[in-house]
Design a protein around this ligand. Structure first.
Ligand SMILES: *Cc1c(COP(=O)(O)O)cnc(C)c1O
Length: 407
């Protein structure tokens, strides 16, 4: 069976994890702090806070911005449910925006129509690793009429004076837009280091801060450290200093810090991210593109445009003109040939919980069209060229049999 995205665990990763375990410091400590510095240097952002997941990072930023009941947050209908769930956690209303037919990303024109005086945050998702249309999205939040509509509540909303752009960059570490890397493209971006993501720490995530003046991103980082560690004014490392035992709880904080064991994996992986991981992923997606050339039914995904470079997180192939039922049959026929494929994603408005709240996928026709024809192919560092050919062979066989049967 060709797997979908097993992790690549090198001896160097194992050695660094063992070193962390033997160091006497296994929770948040020197390795996490170093990993944060390395991410800031790589992504070009002002400051980075590492956490136990991207989901925690997104929720913490919504809470930091004071998002709650009566507020609205715009989220693409086509994303993983975590993007919407965190808005629900805060008691705010999820407002779904439809995506584009060209590249799966949220459509700025759809966002523009959904903004009203209750809108507090826009959460674009860099689907499959391709950055969103950030020139358009960033321009929206400072458009005079839109900014005039913004009702600031609380310190951070007053300081920003407009809608916050909070990118779900779970897929897009290392991707770039007009020469700038994700992490530096919007006010705040959140990366995921989950086991299936490009850069992994088994579980993990990071908040990349890039807030404009008058925010001091270093100060925001410190406030977030407290917010993500019980609301305690001293972390464990600071309390270790001789005689420095006393602490205070200044807010009812959360608990979602990264451990040094996780950071040990990330430190090694980030060092070879650009030179090995991204290079191999790029080779794989371009090999797929070549092998599907001349297939009239194949709609291959966009990875590069004059302004964008992907991080090649997924290969979301679409089959022209098929229905969801046909797509599902094709998936089974591919699995029958021992190739693991996937669908990214089942749109959030199609999930039971969101349906029960009154959301209806018929309001997001492009999202549904993309989803109903989508098949994600395996992309992982150790996928061999032989396996790539086997995947394409299985896909072609399955699709062509389905299309022939449908005639
Ligand atoms: C993986 C993923 C997340 C969640 O990341 P975690 O680190 O598992 O919390 C959020 N959004 C998208 C689009 C994802 O693919």
């Amino acid at each position: 069976m060709i797997p979908f995205s097993p992790p690549h665990i090198s001896q160097a990763v194992i050695d660094e994890v063992v070193a962390a375990l033997k160091s006497g410091w296994i929770t948040t400590g020197p390795r996490t702090k170093q990993f944060e510095k390395d991410i800031s240097a790589y992504a070009g952002c002002q400051s980075t806070l590492c956490l136990n997941s991207a989901t925690a990072g997104l929720e913490i930023m919504l809470r930091w911005f004071g998002v709650g009941e009566g507020d609205e947050v715009i989220v693409p209908a086509y994303t993983y449910s975590a993007t919407a769930n965190v808005v629900e956690h805060c008691g705010a209303k999820v407002v779904f925006a439809d995506v584009k037919a060209s590249d799966f990303n949220v459509n700025p024109a759809c966002i523009a129509k959904l903004i009203n005086e209750r809108t507090k945050v826009i959460m674009p998702v860099d689907f499959a690793g391709l950055p969103c249309d950030y020139t358009e999205i960033n321009a929206l939040v400072v458009r005079k009429d839109i900014q005039a509509m913004f009702h600031a509540q609380g310190e951070n909303q007053e300081k920003l004076g407009r809608i916050l752009v909070l990118s779900d960059a779970a897929h897009s570490v290392g991707a770039s837009y007009l020469g700038t890397k994700t992490g530096s493209l919007t006010d705040v971006s959140v990366f995921s280091f989950h086991a299936v993501k490009n850069l992994t720490t088994a579980e993990g995530g990071a908040i990349a801060l890039n807030l404009p003046a008058p925010f001091d991103n270093e100060e925001v980082y410190k406030a977030l450290c407290i917010k993500t560690l019980h609301g305690q004014n001293k972390d464990a490392l600071a309390k270790m200093q001789k005689g420095n035992w006393k602490y205070d709880i200044i807010e009812p904080g959360y608990k979602c810090n990264m451990t040094d064991i996780m950071a040990a994996i990330g430190l090694v992986e980030l060092r070879r991210y650009e030179s090995e991981i991204l290079i191999r992923r790029k080779e794989i997606v371009f090999a797929y593109d070549n092998l599907f050339e001349g297939c009239a039914w194949a709609e291959t995904p966009e990875h590069t445009t004059p302004s964008k470079t992907s991080s090649y997180h997924l290969y979301p192939l679409r089959v022209k003109g098929i229905t969801e039922v046909q797509r599902d049959r094709i998936l089974q026929a591919i699995f029958a040939q021992d190739v693991s494929v996937n669908v990214h994603f089942i749109p959030v408005p199609m999930m039971s919980y969101y349906k029960s709240k009154g959301y209806d996928i018929r309001n997001y026709p492009v999202t549904y069209s993309n989803f109903s024809r989508e098949i994600s192919l395996p992309v992982f560092e150790d996928l061999s060229n032989e396996q790539i050919k086997a995947v394409v062979h299985a896909v072609k066989q399955a699709v062509e049999a389905e299309l022939a049967a449908a005639v």
